[in-house]
Design a protein. Structure first.
Length: 184
């Protein structure tokens, strides 16, 4: 390990090399995204003066996505259409003949059923620009949307914060080049 940083071909994964595929959204409007996060629950067993811990259920944490709100395509309008496809009706548009509420299936379908997150290689130094890590988030749905802030003192871009929940995620294991050698 002494010569680890002396290897010119070494290229760590970088935070700025990624693409997200969600509901036909153009990649250029995505500013940041959190990668999937797993939480392993725990349970205890107490015996006399001792406490023993055991792993519990695996749950996936929600992800955060920050996108820019361009005029064309309008991200605000696109997100409102996704909510409408999911079953949300603005109270002024409510009709007794067609009462609707949001359903998981409709929300998942409106988002395309899956979200894909790819980390890209450098494209040089022996590393391909093809995905080096690819996550698939299954059965995603929106849990919150913050349409951003307006401020006369700022000249920045309007950004929208999304929180997305999903049932489970998988990473494409076939892209991995090496595995850790834990027993060396």
């Amino acid at each position: 390990m002494a010569g680890f940083w002396n290897q010119a071909a070494l290229e760590p994964k970088r935070q700025f090399r990624w693409l997200v595929y969600i509901a036909g959204m153009p990649q250029f409007i995505a500013n940041s995204i959190s990668k999937p996060s797993i939480k392993v629950g725990e349970t205890t067993h107490e015996f006399l003066n001792y406490t023993f811990y055991y792993p519990g259920k695996v749950t996936y944490e929600a992800i955060q996505l920050k996108i820019v709100d361009p005029v064309m395509p309008d991200s605000t309008v696109s997100l409102m259409r996704i909510l409408e496809k999911a079953g949300y009706t603005v109270p002024s548009d409510y009709s007794q003949e067609d009462p609707r509420t949001i359903s998981k299936k409709a929300m998942v379908d409106a988002l395309g059923g899956q979200i894909f997150l790819e980390q890209l290689g450098a494209g040089s130094g022996g590393q391909s620009s093809a995905p080096i890590e690819k996550w698939t988030l299954n059965n995603p749905f929106i849990t919150s949307v913050n349409f951003g802030n307006l401020d006369y003192k700022q000249d920045g871009l309007v950004e929208i914060d999304l929180t997305l929940r999903y049932d489970w995620a998988s990473v494409d294991m076939n892209l991995a080049q090496d595995e850790w050698k834990l027993n060396d």
